[in-house]
Design a protein around this ligand. Sequence first.
Ligand code: HEM
Length: 520
Amino acid sequence: MAHIFHFLEPRGDTVAAVYLAFSAAFFYFNRKQNMLSTVLCWIAYSLVPPIAVVLYRLSPFHPLAGFPGPLLSRMTNLRLAYVVSTGKRHLDIAKLHDKYGVIVRTGPNTLSINSQDAVKSIYAGSKAMDKSNAYRPGRLFEGGLFFIRRKNLHDNQRRIWAPAFSQSSLHLASNTILRRSQQLTTHLEKLEDGATDMGSMIRRWSYDVMGDLTFGKSSRIELMSDGDPHGVLASGEKATVLFEILGEIPLIFDLMCYLPRACMQEIHVLRQLASELLAARQVATHIADDDICSHLLCHTANCSVQDLEHDVLFAIQAGSDTTSGVVILLLYHLLANREVYQTLTAELRDNLGSTLEEHKLSALFQLPYLSAVVQEGLRLGTPFPGLPRVVPDTGKIICSKFIPGGTIVGVPAYAQQISPQNFWPNPLEFNPQRWLPGGLGLDSVLNKSAVMCFSSGPFGCLGKNLAIRELYIVIAQLLLTLDIQLDTSFDHKQFKEGIQNMRSTCFQYPLLVVVQPNHL
Ligand code: HEM
């Protein structure tokens, strides 16, 4: 039945309308009966379809009956939606694999496949599978690159985006990132003595960077200097979290747009900002600028206004949120591992002197220890689950098992990134040395392709090279300019326990640091 549902793609509002019509008709035709028995009958009839669905999902007739997984996951997607809402899905999935093996049924129609062999079949090349319903953002948004689920349609929109990440665009973007990173350190230097939440500063920095890269000179995003009076950061985070949780229960997602606007006010802030900035960018005359909008606006004939609005919203949110999450975790690891911090600072100083400038960027991108630090930061700093894709109608053999058409499958990125089979020894430990020649000794294991944080193939991250440059530049600028220490009150356990991932990495406990100018 789950497979029939996949093909019919029922919408939550349609299902709700049918249910309401049935209920109204039921009460109308039974209006002369005893009220209590009518209500009891109505409840009984209403329960028949969900009970039948659950029994089918648990039965040996379900196409995924042969795959192991928790009972609740086999019955309903609500378990997965709940786990997502805790922000600990990456840990939950890793534990399920430890218990059940390589393939686990994580939802009635969903399999998590913890194997590198599955990556090629699911994500890579021209045969990459389409995105699942988890990318259907209810009735709230339609259009835009990220939300297009069918590969052939998605390819067209991706062609429009791609030039924004060419070598020449990356070169100009690097200068913008440097300028914003210098603003960040100037801002931090001016702070009064005492502990500050570095995480919040990094979030603002990354939004300002993406504002510039998306809208060029017409960007009004200035969170580092103006603060965030309209709550753009919170809005972006809420929208992302909502998308991630409700993506597991798309029928309920469809109903969100019927809530009064006031209930959703907060998540509309970013949307409103994106459409205002797009309008401003459209009338601006610097179309020759090399910002993301300049590329998207060249194709307005092939793109609807909605596509454009969602594309720019996605650019500022996805471009800033992911990068800042990685930078915050990477900084934490550096501050918690003073030896690594000092080795990196020494490499930067020996090769670049005491300041970072535009003409030094190409040398910066060649530094081996910095590269190892960034790779290790990406490995441990992206606690992503598997990105869900749909097996084509004919089904597919993956890891020697036949997976029926319509099944939702994904390879859990974080489980791969901390697997002892891919990274050994101490896969949970932050140790950049593992990426350098000689690694961590003779029997050490380094499976570079197991770092899946940017995904790959036709839906993979377009901003990968840009994001890596951001990491190089901001880390170098921070370490060269400032001496940063964790505050004495900082609690490592609470920080680690407070890390949540719901596509956006959220931090429930602040990265409290003390910052001083670096006088070395
Ligand atoms: C460390 C930072 C980043 C990480 C870890 C990251 C990761 C990812 C991942 C995993 C995807 C695939 C999502 C999915 O299929 O559900 C993705 C898609 C995407 N990312 Fe990134 N990203 C980062 C930074 C950026 C930046 C700075 C940009 C710049 C705008 C960007 C632009 C995009 C775009 C446009 C897509 C959609 C590609 C498509 O659907 O064809 N990303 N990213």
